[in-house]
Design a protein around this ligand. Structure first.
Ligand code: BDP
Length: 567
């Protein structure tokens, strides 16, 4: 899947802005103009834009509607609509007629508007269903309380809902360039750039341009290889991007890519044959007011903060982020572990130790579909160095191995990048980690267990990591460690929730892993405070952020910056 771009052959029009919006009932079809609507901003979560609790906490369907004027397009062009992401099931209608639907709230929907429907004025309606069950990712369950549907979720972030990413109307010629796959290999002073172009059209020219717009190689093959001499390698802090330009008889597309090589060898991670250590965070797409809405100003601020704190990477916990974020990471040389929204999966075994549920074959199908869509979307981003296939699944339960065996084999047909699984269970009972290339461990000693007892951290972490390594002989990454901290709460001596405690806590974890040579990185949980479901342990959200929700540093940010400077 290619991102809509504008060039001599293609036109893009943003449909972002103010739309009409209304809660609608279960069987709603937009046959007529939306009634009793309110105004709503796109992209954005609607939850924090309204003052009415019933809308903010709505479980079920909503409709967004906009009347659009269509510029006269030449008769041999396709008109398409692309929604970067909308939660979670989406149906798109033109003048009341459905043109397609999609399941997956964190991946794009890209649909052709049938030629016979195109008119000067179109009524575009987007109906969303934010309910989660066992055929969605994340999984969830619907309960009924006092006659009202309640969403039960098994993960720790708010089910913020809405059209979260850009809505773009665009044209492309008939016989378009459908897709382009690029892979790179480096040998001494040469880079081998292999590409595949998916099109029915006839290729005229495929060329590679460097950042000065100079052509450094070309070919006229549909699937081929171009050698780049003395390439600029994409690297941490050095987002050097080349452009592969494909010109066919009718179409043209420019795809940016980087020349870089990722490898796991001897339990270490290498970028361009140099050993690297990942420093950074598990993040969330989460902001005041706009919730999970994509916004370039917020994206830039987050990336600048990552740079400031000397982080080199982040995990897209717990779902694929907006494509614009990957574009920034590509340009700034920041590494991404790209995670699918498989969070809190359980397998309905006899043990049922964590949460009830019933992940089954249907869930697995959705999981695999979304992996396909994720790789289709992100395959050419040099910043993506690894995929995470699940966060904290109950991998000790019966059924987990057969489920993940299929998920991993499927993913291996789609990408050569290393695959990670992020675990909460112990090595002894883990049935799945052997399938992964890198094991991510989320650990909360002295928080969810042995609360406040900082002195247990070192021993617990060392034993736990060593038993993982002994059993699986794989590189390990500390993918989560963190303590809720109220910005501005100070205490000497420290107490849990104070800024001092957060510093001591993180420092002890860093100390505990510092001599384990199979550990390839540390990601603090979390980059910033974020909104989650309310609960006794959640005071207006999760407060494990190193930055507050409005992106101001807690004391620990300065500590991390110092500790990561020369790491
Ligand atoms: C981990 C989860 C993460 C939570 C975190 C926490 O992976 O999503 O937010 O715990 O409790 O188990 O803060």
């Amino acid at each position: 899947m290619l991102y809509p771009i504008q060039n001599q052959k293609r036109l893009t029009m943003s449909l972002n802005g103010i739309w009409n919006f209304s809660i609608v009932d279960e069987y709603y079809e937009p046959r007529f103009l939306l009634k009793d609507s309110i105004l709503m901003a796109v992209p954005s979560s609607y939850n924090d834009l309204v003052v009415d609790k019933a809308v903010a906490n709505h479980v079920g369907l909503v409709c967004y509607e906009k009347i659009i004027e269509v510029p006269k397009i030449i008769s041999n062009e396709e008109l398409r609509i692309r929604i970067g992401a909308a939660t979670h099931k989406t149906s798109v209608y033109i003048n009341g007629v459905k043109i397609g639907d999609h399941n997956g709230g964190f991946l794009p929907i890209d649909l052709m508007i049938p030629f016979e429907m195109i008119d000067d004025t179109l009524r575009l309606s987007i109906v969303l269903d934010n309910r989660l069950d066992y055929e969605t990712l994340p999984i969830g369950q619907i309960g009924v309380k006092n006659g009202l549907e309640k969403q039960i979720i098994y993960y720790d972030f708010a089910n913020l809902s809405g059209i979260h990413r850009d809505v773009i109307l665009y044209t492309r010629p008939k016989n378009p360039i459908e897709d382009i796959y690029i892979t790179t290999k480096i040998e001494d002073d040469l880079a081998y750039v292999s590409y595949q172009v998916f099109t029915e059209g006839k290729i005229k020219l495929v060329s590679i341009k460097d950042m000065n717009q100079q052509v450094v190689g070309f070919s006229s093959d549909q699937d081929g290889m171009i050698v780049v001499h003395k390439p600029h390698l994409w690297d941490i802090g050095y987002g050097y991007l080349y452009t592969l330009e494909v010109v066919t008889e009718s179409d043209m597309y420019q795809e940016r890519f980087g020349i870089r090589e990722i490898e796991i060898k001897n339990n270490q991670l290498f970028l361009n044959k140099k050993k690297i250590y990942l420093k950074g965070f598990g993040m969330h797409e989460d902001h005041l007011i706009i919730g999970k809405g994509a916004n370039s100003a917020f994206h830039i601020k987050d990336m600048n903060l990552l740079n400031w704190i000397c982080a080199n990477s982040f995990r897209t916990s717990h779902y694929p982020y907006a494509e614009e974020i990957y574009d920034l990471a590509d340009q700034m040389g920041i590494l991404i572990i790209n995670e699918i929204p498989a969070v809190g999966l359980n397998f309905w075994s006899e043990e049922k130790v964590f949460v009830p549920g019933k992940v089954d074959e249907r869930t697995k199908k959705v999981h695999m579909n979304q992996l396909t869509e994720l790789v289709q979307r992100d395959k050419n981003h040099p910043s993506v160095i690894m995929y995470s296939l699940a966060n904290e699944a109950n991998t000790h339960e019966e059924g987990a191995y057969s489920y993940f065996k299929d998920v991993f084999s499927h993913m291996r047909t789609l990408t050569n990048l290393p695959l990670m699984i992020v675990e909460w269970v112990n090595a002894e009972v883990n049935r799945v980690a052997s399938l992964a290339d890198v094991i991510g461990l989320n650990r909360y000693f002295s928080w969810y267990s042995e609360f406040g007892e900082l002195d247990v951290i070192e021993e617990r972490i060392k034993n736990d990591f060593q038993s993982y390594y002994d059993k699986f002989k794989k590189p390990i990454m500390l993918t989560e460690f963190g303590a809720d901290t109220i910005a501005g709460l100070h205490a000497l001596p420290s107490v849990p929730f104070s800024e001092e405690f957060q510093v001591e806590f993180l420092a002890l974890y860093q100390q505990a892993i510092s001599n384990l040579d199979y550990v390839i990185g540390e990601h603090v949980w979390n980059f910033a405070d974020f909104m989650t479901k309310q609960g006794l342990t959640r005071f207006n959200g999760n407060k494990k952020g190193v930055f507050s929700r409005d992106r101001q540093p807690k004391m620990v940010a300065h500590f991390l910056r110092e500790s990561w400077k020369n790491k």
